[in-house]
Design a protein around this ligand. Structure first.
Ligand SMILES: Cc1cc2nc3c(=O)[nH]c(=O)nc-3n(C[C@H](O)[C@H](O)[C@H](O)COP(=O)(O)OP(=O)(O)OC[C@H]3O[C@@H](n4cnc5c(N)ncnc54)[C@H](O)[C@@H]3O)c2cc1C
Length: 457
């Protein structure tokens, strides 16, 4: 059995940054990264070649080296206002120090022109406040999909040069205690041995994490789930915001139910994409930095947060159930509906879609989202669209497109032994899978923080 000082499960930004730090501080350390998906350069989605989602066994969009963020827009939040709660866990100053460390690594491996940094804007904040909306604001460094990809590629190459063993197509199934560490059991392959283990399996590793917690008696708490739609319209409608702060993230408390809805994951000139989460096809969005690849549209998510109380404790299953329903009535695809059709209580059909002024950037099935989303969620989303229309007129146009469904799960949150995010002796958790992070910079920061904790042992 091959032996390592530290094994990292998951090759997303969290895992990469943890490995980076371990090797940076101790070159002799034997470190490996096990990744269920492929090497970054081999990740390729058939949907991107015009074939639609073919439900690959391992989704190249969410899995593989560079993780869920590999094809993302590469927006690095240089602050703690959103993108997770690392600031609450470590204190804002310490969290910020680690976010700066992530930025240092990115800057070192980023090629070409320096990426643009968008500063926060008081004027837009006030405009939102006057309309009962809360603009979450901080500085954001924008790499863009292409530069984000090449930066990740350079970081991975650097890790390889530094002697980190990169193990693609290695899906860890179980972690078993031994006398002197842990045996990592891998699907269809020989086990590995490691003294320290970092679980960096992201959102797509939720079932691995729940198995681990069950087998190692780690308590978990149930969290919220966010469910909603991806919204697409002409780019010009949000240009006042996107040209000044790049990514508007806005919170709204709905009138009817007083629920929290959020607009986020904004993609200027972007495309809507489909994502395969264990056979469930959901909507998402991207944007390329290359002007030649920009579209005339922008897109963002509007999600409504639900926090379940006793006796129900399966929020992920609830969200999956709704997404499955969308797949069911759309023949295994993402649904798309015009906002005008939704509020008039009629489905969108191909004919109406062809006449729409907003051209869909994803080949989705025209249909009726009101047959999928429960009344409360649908009401929240419609109210939020009208509220956003007050600060960006045109958002509630008839031709605005809604793609369903999009959801974000934060259901399993393990209870840590200490402030180093240790779950059991020498097994740590970082990134989105921990229930703390929701973005690239905090996931990376948590990776560096835990690496420091291991180095200090
Ligand atoms: C389309 C999209 C766009 C986004 N855009 C942005 C953005 O612009 N800015 C931003 O801040 N955030 C963005 N995010 C969120 C960001 O990508 C995540 O917060 C971040 O990737 C989390 O990093 P992570 O390392 O915790 O997990 P992940 O990146 O999810 O990586 C986890 C890895 O673990 C692997 N894995 C899971 N289980 C196992 C197992 N059992 N064995 C081995 N490997 C396993 C997975 O294959 C995956 O590659 C975006 C997300 C998506 C999906």
């Amino acid at each position: 059995m091959k032996r390592f000082d530290a094994a990292i499960i998951g090759g997303g930004i969290g895992g990469l940054m943890a490995a980076y730090r371990l090797k940076e501080k101790n070159r002799d350390m034997r470190v490996c990264i096990l990744e269920r998906g492929n090497m970054l350069e081999k990740r390729s989605c058939p949907a991107g070649k015009g074939r639609g989602c073919v439900r690959c066994n391992i989704c190249s969009i969410t899995s593989g080296f560079a993780g869920a963020g590999a094809f993302s827009d590469g927006k690095f939040n240089l602050g703690t206002a959103y993108g997770g709660t690392l600031g609450e866990e470590l204190g804002d100053d310490e969290a910020m120090r680690y976010i700066d460390e992530v930025d240092r690594v990115l800057t070192r491996h980023c090629t070409g022109e320096a990426p643009e940094v968008y500063q926060s804007c008081e004027e837009l904040k006030l405009k939102c406040l006057q309309n009962n909306l809360r603009l979450l604001d901080m500085n954001v460094k924008h790499l863009g999909t292409d530069r984000n990809f090449s930066t990740m590629l350079h970081i991975i190459e650097h890790l390889q040069q530094e002697g980190v063993e990169l193990l693609p197509l290695h899906e860890c199934e179980h972690i078993v205690s031994t006398d002197d560490g842990y045996e990592l059991q891998i699907a269809g392959r020989e086990s590995l041995h490691a003294q320290h283990v970092i679980i960096a399996t992201g959102r797509s590793g939720a079932s691995f994490l729940s198995t681990f917690c069950r087998e190692h008696h780690v308590r978990t708490t149930s969290n919220s789930v966010d469910i909603g739609v991806r919204v697409e319209m002409k780019d010009a409608i949000w240009r006042e915001f996107s040209s000044r702060i790049y990514e508007p993230k806005i919170l709204y408390r709905t009138k009817t139910f007083e629920d929290r809805c959020r607009m986020f994951c904004f993609n200027q000139g972007g495309i809507v994409s489909a994502e395969n989460n264990h056979g469930i096809i959901t909507a998402n969005g991207h944007a390329y930095a290359d002007p030649a690849r920009k579209t005339e549209n922008c897109n963002f998510a509007i999600l409504s947060s639900i926090h379940f109380t006793e006796p129900f404790n399966q929020p992920t299953e609830y969200a999956e159930y709704i997404s499955r329903l969308a797949n069911l009535i759309s023949n295994g695809n993402v649904l798309v509906q015009r906002f005008g059709d939704l509020v008039r209580g009629r489905r969108t059909n191909e004919h109406r879609l062809l006449q729409n002024t907003v051209r869909p950037t994803l080949k989705a099935t025209a249909g009726d989202i009101s047959l999928v989303l429960p009344h409360r969620l649908l009401t929240n989303i419609i109210e939020t669209i009208y509220a956003l229309d007050r600060v960006a007129p045109g958002t509630a146009n008839d031709d605005t497109l809604l793609y369903g469904c999009e959801s974000k799960y934060y259901s399993i949150r393990p209870v840590f032994m200490n402030k180093n995010f240790e779950l059991v002796d020498n097994i740590y958790i970082i990134g989105d899978g921990s229930g703390i992070c929701r973005g690239l910079s905090q996931s990376g920061a948590m990776g560096i923080y835990v690496a420091d904790a291991i180095l200090a042992k």
